[in-house]
Design a protein around this ligand. Structure first.
Ligand code: 6CS
Ligand code: FE
Length: 299
């Protein structure tokens, strides 16, 4: 007797025939006010309101040197170039991202488990957490491509089976984020509305979507409404700065045509009470290096 895969009710339908707007059904900050952790109460409130929290210095300049060195080592390792966990720039074929860096690299594993990092994720999500995805983005200069507007949760729900919005990302800058070199842009407050995208997920969509997303892309009309209502915030900061952002924040980044790389390390923490089920709107699961199936909490 075959057992049907366990999947909870789909409260965020997406990738059907029409685009849909659904009010968020989940808290943004899951821990009780006053819960101890790296963030102050007013910072948690700001995260709740905006859907993001910039941190001027999450790691020291000396630590940046260590992690930047590790990024350079990984990116220039010939073995990594051929590894399926590396994705390359469409034009230059330079390495664009390396996934699962918390498992590939002891150095990045330690950063994910650093109390300043995992402690903040636990404080926001109100539980133990595991790494759903990690990656280093090199975003070299001279034309590296950006990422078009999207909600990460829309993909993680549709393709990875994350049932609820109890997931938080942190992007830690390993090179300066200037206003000009393809920085992260987020629409403040956009995390409160789930935008279910139109259009079914093609088979092994991830092979294209990690270079340029098509399934899960909002319409121009929806993006115009979001931008008119929320505005757009560009994140700049020194190497060592970071941005925490909610899984459902509408965000994207531009191309980087300057000579200055915009490299970062990116961790996605998911609550152990929100583990991945079967995809809600995709024919197949994505590979485990993109969507973890090991739910062991980060200690
Ligand atoms: O598909 C994903 O999981 C990845 N894609 C983007 C553009 N952002 C989130 C995540 O790293
Ligand atoms: Fe994203």
């Amino acid at each position: 007797m075959t057992t049907t895969p366990v999947r909870t009710a789909d409260v965020y339908p997406t990738r059907g025939p029409e685009e849909v707007l659904i009010g968020r059904k989940d808290p943004v900050v899951w821990s009780d006010p006053g819960t101890p952790g790296p963030l102050w109460g007013h910072e948690l409130e700001s995260f709740e309101q905006q859907g993001f929290l910039p941190v001027e210095q999450l790691i020291t300049p000396e630590e940046v040197d260590v992690y930047r060195g590790e990024l350079d080592r990984l990116v220039s390792d010939p073995a990594m170039r051929g590894d399926e966990r590396s994705s390359v720039e469409p034009a230059s074929r330079e390495v664009r991202s390396v996934f699962e860096v918390h498992r590939v690299s002891e150095v990045f594993a330690r950063l994910a488990a650093d109390p300043r990092v995992v402690g903040t994720a636990r404080q926001i999500l109100g539980s133990d957490v595991y790494v759903h995805q990690s990656r280093i983005n090199v975003k070299p200069g001279f034309g590296a491509r950006g990422f078009y507007w999207h909600s990460d949760f829309e993909t993680w729900h549709a393709e990875d089976g994350l049932p609820r919005m109890r997931t938080v990302s942190v992007s830690i800058a390993l090179t300066p984020n200037h206003p000009t070199n393809g920085g992260l842009m987020i629409m403040p407050g956009s995390h409160r509305i789930f935008l279910g995208c139109a259009g079914a997920t093609p088979e092994d969509n991830y092979k294209r979507s990690l270079q340029m997303q098509d399934a899960g892309t909002p319409s121009n009309e929806a993006l115009s409404k979001f931008a008119d209502a929320c505005g757009i915030r560009l994140f700049t900061g020194r190497a060592g700065s970071a941005t925490w952002f909610d899984c459902n924040a509408m965000h994207g980044s531009g191309d980087n045509i300057t000579p200055y790389p915009r490299s970062n390390v990116f961790f996605v923490f998911n609550s152990v009470d929100n583990v991945a089920e079967e995809p809600f709107a995709a024919p197949l699961r994505r590979p485990e290096f993109i969507a973890a199936r090991d739910f062991t909490p980060v200690r």
